[in-house]
Design a protein around this ligand. Structure first.
Ligand code: GDG
Length: 459
């Protein structure tokens, strides 16, 4: 097997768009950063569905970023993406078995789409390429590439949490999933607790012999490791301080008239804890009448996976709860909550983070959560805001200087908001400096270097 001097081939469900602002979604943002830095090819679905998709791979390049994309069959894609990936694996891996819909037909489509990826990708590969496959949509891909004779080194990175053994057992094909994972040369996860859960399954369900982070399979040595995803800190700081952003921040501050702005930014997804977050904000308003008229909560929640049933129900409930809070507390001169579903540019987002004195990030379960990191990077170090962060975001493992709260305890989250609201400047600066140092120490570059270094080394 070859080492790591060749091209980097990054593979993810969706590629691009490479010419526009990246869409909402942490994976796209992190991958573009990694490929720009290292060079190589980004392979995946290009966004065009058809009853009879073209076999040919489309190649494209823009500012040093090369892509190879494929078209997919419409019906298969829906079963694979809305069905097995987002209707079964996503809720299961986020500890929501109540929302899991497993269907054999969806799983068959998931395998067919992965076969299609393997068929299109295998002929593009050179002997010394190194492959980095991303996320739960593509778990079987390494085993399928191996079946087509590919000998390159292949790594997998899981952006979302790995479930506890008991939960994984509820998946009818859990053994197959673990065998598919064991075909990789390296599996990376976000935090040590996810690694422990993965190890538990390898030991107790596959019975693989272990030596630290090395596992002996029938064919090769599989390695595992923790590689926390970081952001490109300088670029984000740059967004927040460019003249247009500064004008947005100033305008927003003038409109706020000394009110404290709380900001939440999440794909509209039940795992992000938005319903509990609204409940906690309502609790905060109940408990702190003096804050009425003095705080405003801006929640940005671009619509995501709108074709999956669980997301539609969740969206309706969000709208009801947001309306209830405003109905209960609004005054003619104050609206306590603004709730927006349309996506914004990254530059506007950075300006909004900077204009907000509190970053409100309380997922019920999250692989990492890049919003927590972006919020910190966008702050003015002289007068920084405070991050309120869920215990169950992977980011909490690295960001101890945030105000950490349990998202299932609405009183504790309400307390955390009040702690953040009244925190003295000296403490805000101290916490921010520590958080910012952590972002620099583990940024996007470090993430991809650490991962690709291990993948390139011989076990
Ligand atoms: C997965 C894991 C892990 C959001 N709204 C807008 C917008 N965004 C951007 C944010 C951020 C990204 O989307 C969201 O990233 P997260 O990390 O919070 O969450 P997921 O999308 O669920 O990502 C997650 C991540 O992968 C990386 O490993 O951290 O745990 O679930 O970058 O800024 N961007 C723009 N407009 C918006 O309205 N431009």
């Amino acid at each position: 097997m070859s080492g790591g001097k060749g091209r980097l081939i990054a593979v993810s469900n969706r590629v691009g768009p490479i010419r526009d602002t990246p869409q909402a979604g942490g994976l796209a943002v992190a991958l573009v950063d990694a490929l720009r830095e290292r060079g190589g090819l980004w392979f995946g679905f290009g966004g065009k569905l058809a009853a009879h998709p073209r076999e040919a791979v489309q190649l494209d390049s823009f500012e040093g970023l090369h892509t190879a994309t494929i078209e997919l069959n419409t019906a298969d894609y829906h079963s694979y993406y809305n069905g097995h990936a987002n209707g079964c694996l996503w809720p299961l891996f986020h500890f929501r078995p109540d929302l899991v819909h497993y269907r054999r037909d969806d799983y068959a489509a998931y395998l067919r789409i992965n076969q299609r990826f393997a068929d299109a990708l295998a002929p593009l590969l050179q002997d010394d390429d190194i492959l980095w496959i991303h996320d739960f949509h593509l778990i079987p891909l390494a085993s399928m590439l191996r079946a087509r004779g590919c000998r390159q080194r292949i790594g997998f990175y899981l952006h979302i949490p790995f479930p506890a053994l008991d939960l994984l057992l509820t998946l009818p094909n859990h053994l197959e999933l673990l065998q598919q994972l064991s075909a990789y040369d390296l599996i990376g996860v976000q935090t040590p607790v996810n690694l422990d859960r993965l190890h538990d399954c390898f030991t107790h369900l596959l019975g693989l012999p272990q030596d630290g982070n090395c596992w002996q399979t029938a064919t090769h040595t599989l390695r595992t490791g923790v590689f926390p995803v970081g952001i490109d800190v300088e670029t984000f700081e740059g967004f927040a301080t460019q003249p247009r952003a500064v004008r947005t921040v100033n305008r927003m501050r003038a409109e706020l008239r000394n009110r404290t702005q709380i900001i939440g930014v999440d794909r509209l997804d039940y795992a992000k804890g938005l319903l509990r977050r609204l409940e906690a904000y309502e609790r905060f308003l109940e408990q702190h009448p003096r804050a009425h008229g003095r705080v405003e909560y801006l929640q940005l929640a671009p619509v995501s996976r709108g074709e999956v049933g669980a997301y539609q129900d969740f969206r309706e409930q969000m709208e009801r709860d947001a309306a209830r809070i405003n109905g209960r507390y609004s005054r003619y001169d104050w609206t306590p909550l603004r709730y927006l579903n349309s996506p914004l540019s990254r530059a506007t987002l950075a300006a909004l983070y900077r204009a907000s004195a509190i970053g409100f990030v309380t997922p019920l379960r999250d692989g990492m959560n890049l919003v927590a990191k972006e919020y910190v990077a966008a702050q003015d170090p002289e007068d920084p805001g405070v991050l309120v962060l869920s215990l169950f975001a992977g980011a909490a493992h690295q960001m101890n200087a945030a105000v950490i709260a349990n998202p299932y305890d609405s009183d504790a989250v309400a307390d955390a908001l009040e702690t953040a609201r009244v925190m003295p400047l000296a403490e805000r600066r101290e916490r921010h400096a520590e958080l910012l140092k952590g972002l620099h120490d583990y940024d996007a570059r470090r993430w991809q270097h650490d991962y690709l270094d291990v993948l390139s080394q011989n076990p």
